[in-house]
Design a protein around this ligand. Sequence first.
Ligand code: LLP
Length: 419
Amino acid sequence: MSSHFIYKQGQLYAESVSLLKIADQMGTPCYIYSRKALEQNWQAFSDAFGKVPHRICYAVKANANLAILNLFASKNAGFDIVSMGELERVLAAGGEAKKIIFSGVAKQSLEILRAIEVGVGCFNVESESELMRLHTLAAQQNKIVNIAIRINPNIDARTHPYIATGLSDNKFGIDMKDILSLYKKIQTSMPHCKVTGIACHIGSQLTELSPFVEALDCVLSLISELRKIGIELKHIDMGGGLGVRYHNETPPPIAAYVHQFCEKLKNTGLELIIEPGRALVANAGILLTRVEYIKKTSSKNFAIVDAGMTELLRPALYEAWHPIMPVMERSNAPEMLYDIVGPVCESADFLGNNRLLALEEGDLIAIGMVGAYGACMSSNYNARPKIAEVMVDQDTIHLISARETIQDLFARERLLPAL
Ligand code: LLP
């Protein structure tokens, strides 16, 4: 948890605002972000580079709210995107097209055309077929697009298998053995593609430095091979992936993570791009939820709350552990082990199991470390409207995404003609 969510006089606060006040004003459930926490994380990355030429391209998928994108854009951020939706979000939030990296294994022609039209900085190419399509479309538009090939170095990121991307049986990136010939092909026969870099992203929520170092070594060995055949690159994109502490993980500090890259690149003249998502936003967000019912069965105590897998999918999808804290520190209720579960009709609908808490019906609780991959992975399952999101800036509460209404839920749907 960031130091911007703390207890004051027995009550949990976001910066200078009590969560009780936010619940009163905004209702529950509700996502709450701290502007200070976001800025502090940004600064930690930015400071760590020192004089090494670099660009921090925020991975939009971690949290694509316009206010958050706009905050990072104001810090001169670049952005890593994977869809036209993310592209338009970045532009709407004031991000600059030339600082955008377009990643993803399945870029559609329409998306590529729009990205060419607005002039994104670089396409990270994930297959030979994609490269061919990109070249054809760029030629049709009479444009030259910047390309980095994303390599798959077959490195184990030692993370949850669903978020490991650097092994040869993952769909991501291109096999090391095919990289040189592909660069040669671009150089010799694709005048509408210009090779500017090389990219790599081996997974997310990495808690050790060594897989990153291994990946960078692979990239550097390819760069020297490329140099031998006269291909000079301008940048290395090492992707995202730095982990955070949800429970008892001990990920390296941001500075150590950045320094290890800078150390190896310092005399190469190459620009270093990174695409952090989680490490920039995870600790800046909490999910505020209210206990609707306490239900004791012969084997368990359930605290049934008004948020569930529809609002925070990570526990259901990855069995992820998030901290859970009462908003009021003291309670007359006895402490006991609870499974904190949501309203959704699935047994995977839990936010945390076996948590020692003193709870009563009506209590507010906060789920921590949900700024990344929280709101953006929410769904309307069980016809549940998307919840409000607010950003606290010192003593001010800003609504940054309004709660969906029931009308919003089916506004796009149409009945068959007169039945
Ligand atoms: N760059 C690329 C090409 C990526 O695929 C990703 C994440 C990132 C950057 C940002 O990675 P980060 O710094 O956030 O680790 N939903 C999952 C995480 C999926 C990550 C997908 N790619 C979760 O909730 O843990």
